[in-house]
Design a protein around this ligand. Structure first.
Ligand code: B12
Ligand code: SF4
Ligand code: SF4
Length: 295
């Protein structure tokens, strides 16, 4: 029979950096308050509002396994090039593969294991794995914010559950220096922090094609040369400067709506200009034209 120690040893072996097991969470009042205050969340097409509201543990699940995976490599971009975020390069490739391995391991040992629709940042806080910064990012203990969070619901019962912490941990580790708020190129973070306007976030504008309400900045320079994602509010953060990274990366090639390329932190303007016609998605093409100042 599978025991907690063997589960943890396996998780460590496959590159899951931190893991905690929680009793199923019944509600997330702070998360819901934030959703109600920011009306933009009612209008995201890729994540319809009922999907946010349904964020709850399924009734037959006995435990939530909360996992953290480091995906930071570098943020030292060649000047003038168009930037590709660590997220775009490694987040899903790295974390999904490991989580699928853990799922298979649980299933082979006779347990259920499925992805659950929960607010992942709040759940990671409750699991005691870190806290929230003013930029709304979850900062994992020691590893900083360039981490993916995955949560599996299972019927596996551990020796003892992790004692649930408050939903939102707001501690001294975030120095409230407000660098993230000041540096955000599109002013997407609320002046008081802890909430963002998703429509203004570059990571929404350049990754979520076909959305009705993308709030493009008037000034092209405000896109800050990001061709995929954005990490400014993390790059400027002093907590991340002290992070002790443990990335174990899956290095896959990249595919930006038809532009296939080797995994890299950037693409030059000239190359993107030459390869623009390979882009299959009209919305992404108009983003790229705006970035290259051709629209
Ligand atoms: C929708 C979404 C987006 C949207 C909206 C982002 C947002 N901040 O809401 C867009 C497309 C803009 C986006 C962008 C990004 N995303 Co995103 N996104 C999600 C998704 C699918 C849902 C998030 C959500 O429910 N938002 C609604 C708000 C209300 O919920 P929340 O941010 O979780 O909760 C906050 C509030 O409740 C707030 N709060 C409320 N009351 C109070 C009170 C106090 C006192 C405090 C302190 C806080 C507080 O604190 C919570 C935590 O931030 C999650 C996956 C998931 N299922 O959770 C990934 C997720 C949050 N995204 C992730 C990532 C990596 C990103 C990007 C960094 C990608 C990139 N490099 O380009 C950017 C970061 C932008 C930013 N500053 O948030 C990771 C975050 C990992 C981490 N370390 O935090 C997640 C968890 C995906 C994953 N599985 O790893 N994302
Ligand atoms: S930049 Fe400053 S205010 Fe923003 S999350 Fe980091 S420590 Fe907190
Ligand atoms: S990801 Fe970029 S645009 Fe979005 S909140 Fe952070 S700095 Fe602003």
């Amino acid at each position: 029979m599978l025991n907690e120690m063997n589960l943890r040893l396996y998780a460590e072996k496959i590159g899951i950096n931190q893991l905690a097991i929680l009793k199923p969470v019944v509600d997330y009042p702070n998360f819901r308050k934030c959703l109600n205050e920011r009306h933009e969340y009612r209008h995201l097409r890729y994540r319809p509002f009922p999907r946010f509201l349904d964020s709850l543990t399924p009734p037959d699940c006995k435990s939530l396994i909360v996992m953290i995976m480091d995906y930071f490599v570098s943020n030292d971009y060649p000047p003038g090039h168009l930037k590709i975020s660590n997220r775009g390069r490694y987040l899903w490739q790295t974390s999904n593969k490991r989580v699928r391995q853990l799922q298979t391991f649980l299933e082979e040992n006779g347990h259920t294991a499925e992805f659950v629709n929960v607010p992942e940042r709040a759940t990671a806080c409750m699991a005691g794995l870190g806290l929230i910064g003013m930029n709304t990012m979850f900062y994992a203990n020691q590893l900083g914010s360039y981490v993916g969070i995955r949560v599996i619901g299972t019927d596996f019962i551990p020796d003892s559950y992790h004692e649930a912490q408050p939903e939102i941990v707001h501690s001294d580790i975030c120095m409230h220096c407000r660098r993230c708020i000041k540096a955000c190129p599109t002013k997407a973070i609320d002046p008081d922090g802890y909430r963002i306007n998703p429509f203004r976030c570059i990571s929404f504008i350049n990754r979520h094609m076909g959305e009705t309400f993308r709030n493009w900045p008037d000034n092209r320079a405000d896109l800050d040369n990001w061709v995929d994602g954005c990490e400014v509010c993390q790059d400027v953060c002093p907590i991340n400067k002290k992070a002790k990274h443990k990335p174990e990366l899956v290095i896959d090639d990249l595919d930006f709506y038809g532009i296939r390329m080797k995994n890299a932190d950037s693409i030059s303007r000239d190359e993107l200009k030459q390869r623009k016609d390979e882009i299959t998605n009209p919305d992404f093409r108009s983003y790229v034209e705006r970035l290259l100042d051709e629209s």
